[in-house]
Design a binder for this molecule. Structure first.
Ligand SMILES: Nc1ncnc2c1ncn2[C@@H]1O[C@H](COP(=O)(O)OP(=O)(O)OP(=O)(O)O)[C@@H](O)[C@H]1O
Length: 485
């Protein structure tokens, strides 16, 4: 008999060693006891809660070990009943005897996810009786992290769901805080997009990234590659804008020595360089119609010939393409081949513009400042952040990066202030940011506004008057009235 209830001299905790007659495993042949090993003996109160289940918890524990990834068993009341070794290695021991609930551990919430505005995979599994998969941001050992969460309902004897198995796969390709991988974000729109990346990455489907310029399409293409089975082979980006016919062929397919003037040696093309890996066609919408057919042939036959060679070669790459153009409309207007469009867009992913993920602005600013030479150690003042939040960023994250780079050079101290941001960014809406929760009289509001506007224009009254749409004389009078002139 291997249960530790027989050994009653252990001073550790209220384990069954101290109460052998209450040990629920006393009739089971369990050696070593998994709960003792974890320091989490199954106590009488837990027996009461999980009832007869407690007897087969050791089996459930063993079953969880079948998963290489972190996995836990959860009851209908969200209480975590068991965790496998991979889970404990990554997240540490869970005090099982305290009856902790999954949302407390992963989210530090007091209520289940669906009551906190997030999708709850347990509830969805319960309702559908099927496996569910969602992308959540969890508190991990190193702060907040993206986790691909997969949940299975486990039926009891009557076929009704009694438990859930939850497998958690942290995603290293993106970061939910400022100090992780370059692709940063945790807003709803960002997570939705990352969820699609997670689904598409392990397969070999062609992914089409559609989004405005500067939204991070290249970073996302790299994330698809890094999360794929091809991640150890090369990721090869190709900028398709401005590719002429001759360049297109020699760049993509390579050439043999002497195949054209200047071809002094033979060279492999980008398709060959991407062997086993990912070929990223950036700005695919810019490929002229005459070349689209060549790309289609490559994708359909999965073979190509070097310029100057008759020998066909096999192409082995996963395609990720990106565009800021509306390819569907281009197809309607006859500017993009329909057959090529369907080839490249098996799995389209829309990349949200920054204005639709302003919840990410703060961590994006922190992440970008950390990476900028003059940004390190600097942070945005509350007003500067509010100013940025009111701007709609037509150039998206790339524009934000430029704004922060300039501001880091202008700021003398550790804080980036409103006056370090370009007037066109904090002009208009940004300037209207007033002290929080303060209702000002019109006079006070004007004084506040003019004070900030003057600082922004670095005392240049002519340009300020022009922006305000008043004459310099009127501006002068107003400034005097408010004691600013
Ligand atoms: N989510 C993000 N987190 C951190 N940095 C980002 C993010 N998205 C974009 N960036 C930064 O913004 C800049 C532009 O990103 P990227 O070149 O990937 O955009 P793009 O959509 O491919 O642009 P274009 O369409 O003009 O080629 C880069 O400096 C990149 O590091």
């Amino acid at each position: 008999m291997g249960y530790h209830g027989a050994m009653s001299d252990d001073p550790r905790g209220p384990c069954a060693r101290n109460a052998p007659d209450q040990c629920i495993l006393r009739d089971a042949e369990v050696d070593p006891c998994p709960y003792y090993a974890q320091g989490d003996c199954v106590l009488p109160e837990q027996v009461a809660r999980v009832g007869a289940t407690a007897r087969w918890l050791p089996d459930a524990q063993a079953m969880l070990e079948a998963f290489e990834e972190p996995a836990i068993l959860i009851g209908l009341d969200y209480v975590i009943l068991a965790a496998n070794r991979a889970y404990r290695r990554l997240y540490g021991d869970i005090p099982l005897r305290e009856g902790v609930r999954c949302f407390e551990v992963s989210h530090h919430y007091q209520v289940p996810c669906d009551q906190a505005g997030e999708a709850c995979p347990l509830r969805a599994s319960l309702n559908t009786r099927r496996r569910q998969r969602v992308l959540h941001v969890h508190h991990g050992p190193h702060g907040q992290e993206h986790v691909d969460v997969e949940t299975w309902p486990v039926p009891g004897a009557e076929g009704d769901t009694r438990f859930f198995i939850e497998v958690l796969r942290p995603l290293p390709v993106a970061s939910a805080q400022a100090n992780g991988s370059e692709l940063t974000g945790r807003s709803r729109a960002f997570n939705r997009m990352l969820g699609l990346v997670t689904r598409a990455a392990p397969s070999d489907v062609s992914v089409l990234l559609q989004g405005e310029t500067g939204t991070g399409k290249e970073l996302i293409a790299r994330a698809v590659h890094n999360a794929s089975l091809r991640h150890e082979a090369p990721f090869v980006p190709v900028d398709c804008s401005g590719l002429t016919e001759t360049l297109f062929e020699s760049e993509l397919f390579g050439h043999e020595k002497g195949s054209f003037t200047g071809a002094v040696s033979s060279r492999i093309g980008l398709v060959e360089a991407a062997a086993g890996g990912t070929l990223f066609l950036d700005e695919v919408g810019d490929i002229p119609l005459s070349l689209q057919v060549k790309l289609l042939r490559l994708l359909e036959t999965r073979s190509f010939r070097r310029v100057g060679s008759v020998e066909p070669r096999r192409a082995d790459f996963r395609l990720v393409a990106a565009t800021h153009r509306d390819l569907r409309r281009m197809v309607e207007q006859g500017q993009f081949r329909e057959d090529l469009y369907y080839r490249i867009s098996t799995f389209p992913i829309n990349v949200p513009p920054l204005r639709d993920r302003l919840d990410d602005l703060q961590i994006l600013c922190e992440a970008i400042l950390r990476r900028l030479e003059y940004g390190q150690g600097r942070q945005l003042s509350e007003e500067a952040l509010a100013g940025l939040q009111a701007y709609d960023f037509p150039g998206n994250v790339r524009e934000l990066r430029n704004v922060l780079e300039r501001a880091s050079l202008l700021a003398d101290g550790p804080e980036i202030l409103v006056e370090h941001l370009p007037p066109e960014v904090v002009g208009q809406k940004g300037l209207a940011v007033l002290p929080e929760d303060e209702l000002l009289t019109l006079e006070e509001a004007e004084a506040h506004y003019l004070g900030r506007a003057l600082a922004l224009h670095q005392g240049d009254r002519a340009s300020l008057a022009q922006m305000l749409g008043v004459s310099e004389r009127t501006l002068y009078r107003k400034l005097r009235r408010h004691g600013l002139g």
